[in-house]
Design a protein around this ligand. Structure first.
Ligand SMILES: O=C(COP(=O)(O)O)[C@H](O)[C@H](O)COP(=O)(O)O
Length: 334
């Protein structure tokens, strides 16, 4: 079968960042699987699973760094495969897809609320907090703290080249939180006044390293130098089971025209533009990771992975997920 138009549209929206942020991407992915299940015209169980596989593959290849994406697809697909192996009918497998998608969706929203609640306890009156990019989980901490009566200020980096920091600043300002927008390169300039840095994550590795928007590691370095607490807000579905087995998290590189106009590139053929979208902050620069299961030091990431996925979970990945994860995404694909 062909992948339904709505799923292709969803995949396109993720790829060109109309849907963005690791959590939103994961929620869109499970919605995509539900749509594929609903639209499937399969006449038997095998055909139905193939339809799901096709949709999952398209969704998987949209953005390579956010580990929430394969984890969300895995959550639903593992349950569909299990229903198949148990000999369930096509309609029962379909029902298992709807149920799992719905479960993942609701749990992911609940996780953001819990992170907001746990993380807000770390915020104190009078704090100056720096944040980078736009993370729903990090914003949840700040908004929760503000609503609980704590009074603090936020410094939000604009986050070149896509300016997600403007989204953060606008959400916080609407909430009544005093917020200043700064250029990314001013992060160290302001760091001496900052009490805490709070950011989100696209992925957390087994060794506690955090992958987040490009520039995060530079801010972490400045925070480390100034002895400022560096707090990461990350739902457990952003922890990468593949890293337990030594796999590296792939860093997405996006097109040059996000940084300069195409005319500039034409006028300056000798200039090569590089545009990595994420970077890796080593665990040694991270003080705390706030998850929906509680607040952990980065060194405890491995325990979260064991609890959520079991030690060698990636060995049991459905075949398409393994293949998808191994398919390199080149810049030319954008
Ligand atoms: O780096 C980004 C977004 O990058 P992009 O804009 O390129 O997707 C966010 O900090 C994380 O995804 C966490 O976000 P959330 O907490 O909302 O999942």
């Amino acid at each position: 079968m062909t992948v339904p138009e709505e799923v292709l549209k969803l995949a396109e929206d993720i790829k060109n960042m109309r849907i963005r942020g690791a959590g939103e991407i994961a929620r869109a992915a499970v919605r995509g699987l539900s749509i594929a299940a609903a639209k499937s015209e399969a006449t038997n169980r095998e055909e139905f699973l193939r339809d799901l596989d096709d949709a999952a593959k398209v969704l998987l290849l949209t953005r390579p760094t956010a580990v929430s994406l394969p984890n969300a697809l895995r959550y639903v697909m593992v349950r569909a495969y299990k229903a198949y192996e148990e000999g369930r009918t096509k309609d029962e497998i379909k029902e298992s897809v709807f149920k799992a998608s719905d479960e993942f969706y609701k749990n992911s929203l609940k996780a953001i609320d819990l992170i907001g609640m746990y993380g807000s306890r770390r915020i104190e009156d009078g704090d100056i907090i720096m944040t980078h990019c736009h993370s729903t989980a990090a914003v949840s901490i700040l908004v929760n703290a503000w609503r609980s009566g704590k009074r603090f200020e936020v410094i939000s980096t604009e986050t070149r080249p896509r300016y997600q920091g403007r989204i953060t600043a606008s959400i916080l300002a609407k909430e009544g939180i005093p917020v200043s927008l700064i250029v990314d390169s001013a992060a160290r300039f302001f760091m001496e006044h900052v009490d805490k840095v709070v950011v989100g994550a696209d992925a957390v590795a087994a060794n506690g390293a955090v992958v987040n928007k490009i520039g995060t590691s530079m801010i972490a370095l400045a925070a480390h130098e100034a002895r400022v607490n560096f707090i990461v807000a990350a739902e457990t579905y952003k922890f990468s089971p593949e890293t337990v087995l030594g796999s590296l998290i792939r860093i997405e590189e996006r097109p040059a025209d996000e940084i300069v106009e195409t005319q500039y590139l034409k006028d300056n053929p000798g200039v090569k533009v590089r545009n990595p979208a994420f970077d890796v902050t080593p665990a040694s620069y991270v003080d705390l990771i706030v998850t929906e299961k509680g607040v952990i030091p980065p060194e405890a990431a491995i325990l979260i992975l064991k609890e959520e996925f079991g030690w060698f979970s990636s060995v049991n990945l459905p075949k398409f997920l393994k293949e998808g994860l191994e398919t390199p995404v080149e810049m030319s694909e954008y």
